[in-house]
Design a protein around this ligand. Structure first.
Ligand SMILES: [Zn+2]
Ligand SMILES: [Zn+2]
Length: 389
């Protein structure tokens, strides 16, 4: 089959790789009808995630048609079903899965021992995301092996298009979980740092959860325009420092919670340029978005981290974090927890997450579209690929 594969920093290729096969009774194989490129795929492309190997198949936002199910397991899926596949792989049986903490599943990372050396314990296996998360081949490919297929994937109801439901695989639940972590009350003002795909869906999620105001921060005009359209007031940090604008818009009170939707490759606001120079020397991971969140949040508020981090991060402003009495909420997304309620919101017409899609293509267009997305060229916000035409 054809697939998008990793070949080193900045080098993504479309090449022929072996077809996936059923390896366990609980597996299924899907023929991929749509997949997306994620901001965290750019971290892989940029070489920020260790443990990637040449020819590793990328992609963790995937949906398609079931073409084979493992014999001997109790499957709720059958051949011909259309499904969306959560990027976090969960067994449904371990202690963490029983608590609905599917992203902390204790059994699905084949390289769990290696991960435990880094993190103390193992957490869930992920598709297309390097050695420590299991090196499980991803779904930017014509076919995908879905482990624990009796637990993860959700069937797509009649009449829903791929584009309406594809983002249930990651970014819609990720944005929604980040908003839920803000413990929103009807009086709350929520600040969203970063108006990429997750930030935009976080704006919508915070409003759906009843926030009084959402203020969104970015500097790319197309993203700010979509943020406004999504119901947020916006801050362009090229115009003036973030904190100055936050204080002005909130009459000095500050937001009750801040969703950081930027992560380790954040570029930061101009006032952190000096810090940036120092930090580039000492750390691969750049906490500018996180520090902006810590500063912008009102004392005793919540910082909800949706951005991706991999290892230790130097330069985090722990002084501000501790002295302001902030709470931080984090985690890979417990996607399985959100599939049914968020599918219902889509079916009921409360939200159509496809509003963020700007670019579409085939698998062969993938390498070029990765660059378009990375460089935010051509107004690119979100790329969807159709690997089987
Ligand atoms: Zn993703
Ligand atoms: Zn589990």
């Amino acid at each position: 089959m054809r697939a998008l594969t990793w070949h080193g920093r900045g080098d993504i290729r479309c090449e022929t790789v072996p077809d996936p096969k059923i390896e366990d009774a609980r597996d299924c194989i899907i023929k991929v009808t749509s997949c997306a490129i994620c901001g965290s795929d750019l971290h892989l492309m940029g070489g920020f995630v260790p443990g990637m190997h040449t020819h590793d198949v990328l992609g963790h936002e995937t949906m398609g048609e079931v073409v084979e199910v493992g014999a001997g397991a109790k499957h709720k899926l059958s051949v011909g079903d259309r499904v969306v596949v959560p990027f976090t792989i969960a067994c449904g049986e371990c202690r963490q899965c029983k608590w609905s903490n599917f992203s902390c599943c204790e059994r699905t990372n084949p390289n769990g021992a290696m991960q435990a050396k880094l993190y103390g314990y193992q957490v869930a296996g992920l598709y297309g995301y390097g050695e420590a998360t299991g090196r499980i081949p991803g779904g930017q490919a014509q076919y995908l092996r879905v482990p624990m297929a009796d637990v993860g994937p959700i069937k797509v109801p009649e009449g829903m298009t791929d584009e309406q439901v594809l983002f249930l695989s990651d970014i819609f639940p990720t944005a929604y979980q980040a908003a839920e972590h803000c413990e929103i009350t009807p009086e709350d003002t929520i600040l969203v740092l970063g108006c990429g795909p997750v930030g935009l869906l976080a704006i919508r999620s915070a409003l759906m959860l009843g926030a009084k105001r959402v203020i969104a921060v970015d500097t790319v005009p197309e993203r700010l325009a979509l943020a406004k359209k999504s119901g947020a007031e916006v801050i362009d940090f090229n115009a003036a420092p973030i904190q100055e604008q936050v204080l002005e818009l909130t009459h000095g009170k500050g937001p009750d919670a801040v969703i950081e939707a930027v992560g380790m490759e954040s570029h930061g606001s101009p006032e952190t340029l000096l810090e940036k120079a120092e930090n580039l020397i000492s750390s691969m991971e750049r906490p500018f978005g996180l520090n902006d969140a810590i500063i912008a949040c009102r004392p005793s508020g919540i910082v909800s981290l949706a951005g991706v981090f991999v290892g230790p991060v130097a330069g985090v402003n722990m002084g501000a974090y501790v002295n302001k009495g902030l709470t931080m909420k984090t985690g890979q997304t417990n996607v399985q927890r959100y599939l049914e309620p968020l599918m219902k919101r889509i079916v009921d017409g409360e939200i159509d997450p496809s509003f963020i899609i700007t670019h579409r293509g085939g698998l062969e267009d993938g390498p070029e579209l990765y660059k378009t997305f990375r460089d935010k060229k051509d107004g690119c916000i979100k790329v969807v690929l159709h690997p089987n035409g």
